[in-house]
Design a protein around this ligand. Structure first.
Ligand code: AHR
Length: 330
């Protein structure tokens, strides 16, 4: 039997090696390396912070939905600072992410950075909170609640439940983060609704920054300065829960001596409502993740999306909270 000369044997070994290498390379391109057709979408998301139970539920929803949708999420927590959000958005632009989404901590001051994203041809989606930019071409869509409606629902309940009041009804208000869309809009909606009954008077109103500790501290001040408080409107559950501690420490019974209305309907808030410590909650739904990921895919594909997508929400009384609590997801 004729054997190959050494040089021909070497060529045969090399050819076999190339064949194996070629198969491997083909295998890689089949899983997405070659054409880039099934490359993951990269989403840069700038979150407000971790100020409340609502925010924690919102963050979980976004992270879980991105993973389920196969989207590569670059998540940044701005710790409730606008400058951190601007920095994060600029980083996303530098990294050339496919889509940017963010929940703006305050309403104003976004035009410059949004213009930078637009110039870099990166579509932006607003989620949860809006910006007050006059130029609507700076973002593709806004997905979130109608905060004016939430404030109005809170006020309407109060009007309905104070119909028989004989004297002035003293209300104190714990506002959310100063300059934020939910604080601005809930204040507006509530004021508009209670205007229906001239007996309803807001005697003090201050920010508790949507946080439990701040809600407690501001409520302590309200109680010291005002001997007669009939109603507290806390613009989220966490501030209301903090206020319960202050009210109890002052020897008053939350939900009875002082009626408490809040917004959100997270589990802790719903529990306080079912226990009779809160009197009414206007829901604000944090589970925006699945809808957001659908929008991300659409804007990445260049599809047109509606400029406003409003979250569906309801309200809860003490009785409906008891019924809803066992199935509450957040
Ligand atoms: O933007 C939504 C609001 O922000 C929620 O009502 C509040 O709890 C959160 O911190």
């Amino acid at each position: 039997m004729r054997s190959f000369p050494t040089s021909r044997r070497a060529v045969a070994v090399l050819a076999a090696a190339l064949l194996v290498g070629g198969v491997t390379a083909c295998g890689n391109s089949d899983t997405g390396g070659g054409s880039g057709g099934d490359k993951k979408i990269v989403l840069g998301f700038s979150q407000v912070g971790a100020e409340s139970g609502w925010r924690t539920a919102n963050t979980t929803s976004i992270k879980e939905s991105a993973a389920a949708a196969g989207i590569d999420l670059k998540f940044d927590d701005a710790q409730q600072k606008q400058e951190n959000q601007i920095k994060a958005i600029r980083n996303f632009i530098q990294q050339k992410v496919d889509v940017i989404a963010f929940s703006p901590v305050v309403e104003s001051g976004w035009d410059t950075v949004l213009k930078e994203a637009k110039d870099a041809k990166i579509p932006v989606i607003l989620t949860d909170r809006a910006v007050d930019s006059a130029d609507k071409s700076l973002y593709k869509t806004f997905l979130g609640s109608d905060f004016v409606k939430e404030g109005k629902a809170a006020g309407d309940w109060l009007v309905e439940n104070t119909k028989d009041a004989t004297g002035q009804v003293n209300i104190v208000q714990l506002e959310g983060t100063t300059g934020s869309a939910p604080a601005n809009d809930r204040t507006k909606g509530f004021a508009e609704a209670i205007a229906a009954n001239p007996k309803l008077k807001i005697i003090a109103s201050q920010s508790g920054d949507f946080k439990r500790a701040d809600g407690k501290q501001v409520m302590e001040q309200f109680l010291k300065a005002n001997p007669k408080i009939d109603v507290l409107f806390a613009q989220n559950d966490d501030m209301g829960l903090g206020a319960i501690e202050a009210i109890t420490a002052a020897g008053k019974v939350p939900g009875k001596d002082i009626k408490i209305i809040t917004v959100d309907a997270v589990k802790d808030g719903m529990q306080a409502l079912a226990d009779g410590k809160f009197n009414f909650i206007a829901e604000c739904n944090p589970l925006l993740g699945p809808q957001l990921m659908e929008l991300v895919k659409k804007v990445k594909a260049g599809e047109t999306v509606p400029e406003r997508i409003e979250t569906k929400e309801t309200t809860f009384t003490q009785d409906t909270a008891k019924a809803a609590l066992p199935d509450r997801k957040y």
